[in-house]
Design a protein around this ligand. Structure first.
Ligand code: NCD
Length: 360
């Protein structure tokens, strides 16, 4: 059975991504054409971490396609609290639902669980690691608002270490031509090495800086992110990083005329409310685009003809020597009794098969 999961955008080729974006565009223009497509189908939403947009936009997307939703958004009310293994839970839910969306704080858990699912499993965010459906939302937003996905200077600001939406979007933008990426963060919240390695493998020009104002006039897009409080070891560490980058209307006097400001949301205080009516502030529109994109992702993953030629998962190289132990404490390999270590080679590095951590 060729079940298509979406764990990382690089599970699929750029042609496949463009197919998803094109379908999202058609859905946006003619939503009624799709309103009965998934009649009698069910989506299973399994959210083990808080979510508003991802969970509700998937529900909204599925209902707009004519289907119904079931789900869990608090593991306390599932048999996980009785000690059931998460892989058994996935196997069972895949008997009830036709497609599953899963969010969890453990990195690599969606990759691991996808191996136990009889239906497509979508990563709705795994810890600090990846968030592929937000990336398709972001790419679609950029395409709709800028008319292109190449020749863009994009600034990312905030918590670039822990922000999974940034990690996935950087991978996405690195695969389109001539994009320049600027990373604005403190020293301790810089983007992870494995993302830098990915950009280098695609010859992407990028810079890491600490001041937001200095680059504003060169940016086509500024992607703001919140400081991810829940990923810090202590409140004290978080408070040291909080409020360092705040975008307000005054700062925007320095910006390019047609700068677009994006944010995956939730916003805490990194964008002041006076920015909301700025002409380039598109973060709420971005949330709306997310429904069309998720409708397109669902349709494609449930279509047996999608991506048959370019199904990247088949091409992953697993090392044929003893796998190295992953040192990421929140990797699934360190948080599950029988998920053993697996190593893959990517861009010349040995990396964890599940969380992409570079292994040394
Ligand atoms: C993000 C997430 O959960 O990673 N939100 C979202 O899905 N739109 C961003 C965040 O929590 O900061």
């Amino acid at each position: 059975m060729n079940v298509k999961h979406l764990v990382d955008i690089t599970d699929y080729s750029i042609d496949n991504w463009n197919e998803i974006l094109k379908l999202a565009e058609n859905i946006r223009k003619n939503p009624e054409d799709y309103s009965e497509l998934l009649k009698n189908k069910i989506i299973g939403n399994l959210f083990f971490e808080p979510s508003t947009r991802t969970m509700l936009s998937f529900e909204s997307a599925f209902i707009k396609l004519g289907g119904s939703t079931i789900g869990i958004n608090d593991p306390k009310f599932s048999s996980i609290s009785k000690g059931e293994d998460i892989t058994d839970m996935i196997k069972v839910v895949s008997q009830y639902a036709d497609i599953i969306v899963m969010r969890h704080s453990i990195e690599g858990v969606c990759k691991f669980c996808s191996e136990y699912s009889d239906v497509p499993l979508i990563n709705g965010g795994d810890g600090r690691h990846l968030h592929p459906t937000q990336t398709f939302t972001d790419l679609f937003t950029i395409f709709c608002e800028k008319g292109r996905l190449n020749d863009l200077t994009v600034g990312f600001c905030g918590d670039l270490k822990n922000g999974r939406t940034v990690h996935s979007l950087v991978k996405g933008l690195s695969c389109y031509k001539n994009n320049k990426l600027i990373f604005i963060s403190t020293e301790s919240l810089k983007i992870p090495d494995y993302i830098k390695t990915f950009m280098k493998s695609k010859n992407v020009e990028f810079e890491e800086i600490t001041s937001m104002s200095s680059y504003l006039k060169k940016l086509d897009i500024l992607y703001m992110t919140r400081i991810q409080k829940e990923r810090f070891v202590s409140e004290k560490e978080y408070l040291l990083q909080k409020d360092i980058y705040i975008l307000n209307k005054d700062k925007l006097n320095l910006a390019k005329e047609d700068l677009k400001i994006m944010h995956p949301l939730p916003r805490i205080d990194e964008i002041t409310r006076d920015v909301d009516d700025y002409k380039g502030a598109i973060y709420f529109k971005q949330a709306k685009y997310g429904v069309f994109v998720r409708m397109a992702i669902i349709i494609k993953l449930m279509d047996e003809n999608f991506a048959n030629k370019n199904f990247y998962n088949k091409n992953v190289i697993i090392a044929n020597y003893s796998p190295l132990k992953c040192k990421n404490p929140v990797c699934i390999t360190n948080n599950h009794s029988f998920c053993g270590n697996k190593t893959k080679i990517s861009n010349g590095n040995k990396i964890c098969y599940f969380c992409d951590n570079i292994l040394k």
